[in-house]
Design a protein. Structure first.
Length: 472
């Protein structure tokens, strides 16, 4: 009972640390929009949002993609009593190479991306953002290693510092170049790369100071790149699907809105830069639960497999066989997510106007009312996306990240098809994006729930069968 209580305490502590760091970072980012909008205006924010989905791609990898897979593999090795040093070394070499290639690829594709979006003004922004691809790759491995050891503090503190540095440099550049909006946007994106550099230096310092570097355990053999890629590729694909979809939206939705809207870029900015930012506040809090779920479930699964391998029956003090803990941990994670996200979604619906006025003080009249209506229409996604996020992490921990990738791919495809239809109607306008995204996240939530129930049921049945064979 004591071990069970300690495990829950450790889980909640990790979840709270990640949640607090993510929430504080989101609050800083949301407050950042107030002076930023005053300095560069609605059109400047719209230009920024054209490139911002690419930044979301990088941030998603840094926050949930690679770290999730490294955390899972680290927790599994530790659960088997093996050293995680070979894994860390192999992962760092692999993802630094991938990051360097990605940075060069982004720079090469910059002219095509700017042309596809119909705005050559943002071309320089892609070049200044490119170094972030390499930097987030290194940050990802370090965050994943710490998370796999159930140490969420480095991730939380680096996220806050990363956001603070971005805001400091961003406001400085926006003020200096406020008379030249396209140039200001380019330097705003440079501030993102600078913030990632500082975050990496912080993570390296924390790694060097960590006593876990000196821990000894049985080596467990070298780790092949394919072992890491087998987990990280589906996890990363799943994590990338939302920002990839946003990148498609910045091209397709803007063009569809342009058929009848006077300023489609500004209209898209209200949704992508306004409503999405507000809805992501509770989602960022629930990310802590998702991050803490991975080492908890992965470690439990690895220990159960190790016990089965060694023909060791798992019994309580009374001699009764324990029920597998994987499904219990799954429902515990989902239950906490619901308790946080459901009241948040309801609150955003009823308090959309005061929240909008507080965060986006420069918006007035029709723009403000449009944003308020968008937040109300989009509020349900604070619940469905949070739950889908936690359930996706649980699938990763159980060794089925491909299921999460499949469900999110289906969800984003549904979303795109729905808004391509809805945005044809000028009366629905940008609200078609909110309705379509709600439907997409609901699809992801229900598919992930069904997949988790199926996988955890299979794990429980296997454990029970193994226990029966051992007794015989």
């Amino acid at each position: 009972m004591k071990d069970k209580t300690q495990a829950k305490g450790s889980f909640l502590k990790g979840a709270v640390l990640i949640a607090a760091g993510g929430f504080l970072a989101k609050i800083i980012g949301a407050l950042y929009r107030i002076p930023l909008t005053n300095l560069i205006g609605g059109h400047g924010i719209g230009l920024y949002q054209l490139v911002y989905p690419v930044y979301c791609l990088l941030l998603t990898v840094s926050a949930t993609g690679i770290p999730s897979s490294i955390a899972k593999l680290t927790a599994e090795r530790l659960g088997r009593g093996e050293s995680d040093k070979p894994l860390f070394s192999a992962a760092l070499k692999l993802f630094l190479c991938i990051g360097a290639f990605g940075a060069l690829l982004m720079a090469a594709l910059a002219p095509l991306l700017a042309a596809a979006q119909g705005s050559k003004e943002v071309l320089g922004g892609y070049f200044t953002l490119a170094p972030s691809v390499f930097l987030v790759s290194a940050i990802s491995v370090l965050r994943g290693w710490f998370q796999g050891r159930n140490d969420m503090f480095p991730t939380a503190v680096s996220e806050v510092i990363e956001q603070a540095v971005k805001v400091a440099f961003g406001l400085f550049f926006a003020y200096i170049f406020r008379e030249d909006i396209p140039k200001a946007v380019v330097f705003l994106l440079l501030s993102v790369s600078l913030s990632e550099l500082v975050a990496l230096l912080v993570m390296i310092a924390l790694y060097r100071l960590s006593p876990a570097r000196k821990e000894s355990a049985k080596e467990g053999g070298r780790v092949a790149f394919k072992t890491i890629l087998r987990t990280s590729i589906p996890v990363t694909l799943s994590a990338l699907l939302i920002p990839l979809s946003s990148l498609v939206d910045s091209v397709v939705a803007v063009r569809l809105l342009g058929k009848y809207a006077a300023d489609p870029v500004a209209l898209f900015g209200l949704f992508a830069g306004g409503a999405v930012t507000v809805i992501n506040l509770p989602v960022s809090v629930c990310y802590g639960i998702a991050a803490a779920s991975i080492p908890a479930l992965a470690s439990a699964k690895a220990k159960a497999e190790e016990q089965t391998k060694n023909k060791t029956e798992n019994k309580t003090e009374n001699g009764q066989k324990k029920r597998p803990s994987v499904r219990k941990k799954l429902f515990f994670s989902l239950g906490i997510t619901v308790l946080v996200s459901l009241p948040a979604a309801i609150g955003l619906y009823y308090f959309a106007e005061p929240v909008s006025r507080m965060i986006y003080r420069s918006l007035k009249g029709e723009e403000l009312q449009t944003l308020v209506s968008l937040i109300k229409a989009f509020a349900v996604s604070a619940f469905t996306l949070s739950c889908a996020q936690t359930l996706s992490a649980c699938l990763t921990a159980q060794g089925k990240p491909q299921y999460a990738a499949i469900s999110m791919a289906i969800a984003m495809l549904v979303k795109t098809l729905v808004y391509c239809f809805l945005l044809q109607n000028a009366e629905i306008s940008v609200f078609g994006l909110a309705y379509a995204t709600n439907i997409g996240y609901s699809v992801a939530f229900f598919l992930n729930l069904l997949y988790n129930l199926r996988v955890s049921k299979g794990t429980r049945r296997t454990a029970n069968d193994n226990g029966s064979r051992i007794r015989e």
